[in-house]
Write a protein that binds this ligand. Structure first.
Ligand code: ZL4
Ligand code: CA
Ligand code: ZN
Length: 393
């Protein structure tokens, strides 16, 4: 319909399930699995499924989750019921186990199903990349980068990214993990802290005293012990409020370009958290859909097998815009799709503005001041380039 056809010479796979989207974290919780429904409907109304292999995902098994997560934690996650939710006032002595049941990581009905579906999506994506049946695998239901081996954190219970990268490591010698969510990708960084087979790079808002999770300083580059293989293999790009497309793109290309030359990854895992967009309910940046998508486009241009994960994103209409646009980039149709959201798109009114690319004025009630100086951004690039000199060539 929009001249969308299968890409020539490579295959894109799309991994999702309508099951995940039915779950609710609670009435006013910012994480809305429904944003996945909105994304899929936008992708479909542009006709993009015709250009991809579409897979309906299964639940990951206990054994698959156990490849990273502790058995005690999984056992509790399976059995924990919403009734176990600690309530500070009503149940003062009910303890919080594994950080489960607080306001960030509530216990809700169907939680284990939600978690194993998300992990199932990302594991299927990784397996298609390993078997070379797919060159770019998309898993918007994944990207839950804060979950730890024994602990839920920041809306994340199971770290599907770690599980997927563990799969990639069976085939690919070096995996580059890139994280453009507005939050620091602490769970993935921690999981691969002591290995040189994964380099982790996170771009994030950094303000330890007031912005979650408070880690990811420029100087944090892995173990300080030079004999540890992981030394210099964690890269952090701490940013301030209001960064623009132009600044972010320049920074991203300079840093990822240098890493690609030095580290020579054999596969890329890209977490595309959409809370780095302007107008996000929890975010602080001034990125537009085009600027966010430019990161995906740049990674694609490196020509490596790649998984695209979802992640944060708390203004569902903009999440759907970004991930639909990034799906079009994956299939090479970004130049063909019309900027106006198709007339027949479900929930069309929900998008407020009928364009795929709202302006900053359309996304923000009031402009957000840019607190990133050119001088500081240059310092960041210099620091990263210096770190890379320690990385074996
Ligand atoms: C909410 O309105 O900064 C949770 C969380 C629930 C419903 C009603 C409860 C009201 C914002 C956030 C009380 C909420 C108090 N409800 C939340 C230190 C905090 C302790 C919890 O994108 N309070 C914790 C986590 C971050 C903190 C961000 C990003 C995930 C990802 C990948 C995770 N936690 C302070 C906050 C609300 C809520 C409103 C909230 N929580 C905003 N930021 C956080 O990187 C998916
Ligand atoms: Ca990040
Ligand atoms: Zn986030």
């Amino acid at each position: 319909e929009y001249g969308i056809s299968r890409p020539k010479g490579y295959t894109v796979s799309y991994h999702a399930t309508p099951e995940m989207e039915k779950h609710h974290f609670g009435q006013t919780h910012p994480m809305k699995p429904w944003r996945l429904t909105l994304t899929k409907s936008l992708v479909t109304s542009y006709g993009m499924p015709f250009a991809m292999d579409n897979y309906v995902t299964r639940e990951a098994t206990y054994e698959e989750l156990n490849a990273f997560h502790g058995g005690d934690y999984l056992d509790y996650l399976i059995t924990a019921a919403p009734e176990d939710q600690p309530r500070d006032i009503e149940n003062p002595d009910k303890e919080v186990k594994y950080n489960l049941g607080g306001s960030d990581c509530p216990l809700f009905h169907g939680l284990y199903n939600y978690c194993s579906m998300s992990a199932g999506c990302s594991l299927d994506a990784a397996r298609k990349i390993c078997s070379k049946q797919s060159d770019i695998a998309i898993t918007w239901g994944g990207g839950l980068h804060h979950a730890k081996k024994y602990e839920a954190s920041g809306f994340c219970y199971i770290n599907d990214i770690v599980l997927a990268i563990l799969q990639l490591l069976r085939i690919y010698p070096r995996v580059l993990y890139i994280d453009i969510d507005v939050h620091h990708g602490d769970g993935v960084e921690e999981a691969f802290f002591s290995t040189d087979r994964v380099m982790t790079v996170s771009f994030h808002k950094y303000q330890p005293e007031s912005f979650f999770p408070g880690t990811g300083a420029l100087e944090d580059n892995g173990p300080k012990n030079e004999h540890n293989a992981g030394a210099h293999h964690a890269i952090n790009v701490p940013l301030q409020d209001g960064i623009t497309d132009e600044q972010y793109e320049a920074l991203f290309q300079s840093i990822i370009g240098a890493i690609n030359e030095r580290y020579r990854p054999s596969a890329i895992a890209l977490q595309c958290g959409a809370d780095s967009l302007a107008g996000d309910r929890l975010g602080r940046f001034n990125l537009r859909v085009q600027g966010h998508g430019a990161c995906v486009k740049y990674c694609k241009s490196l020509g490596l097998p790649m998984i695209l994960f979802g992640g944060g994103g708390y203004t569902p209409r903009n999440v759907a815009r970004a991930w639909a646009y990034e799906t079009s980039i994956a299939i090479g149709a970004d130049a063909n799709i019309p900027e106006t959201i198709p007339e027949h798109a479900p929930w069309r009114e929900h998008f407020v503005h009928d364009t795929l690319f709202p302006s900053l004025e359309q996304s923000l009630h009031e402009p957000r001041h840019n607190r990133n100086s050119e001088k500081r951004l240059r310092e960041i690039v210099t620091h990263v380039h210096e770190q890379l000199r320690f990385v074996a060539h």
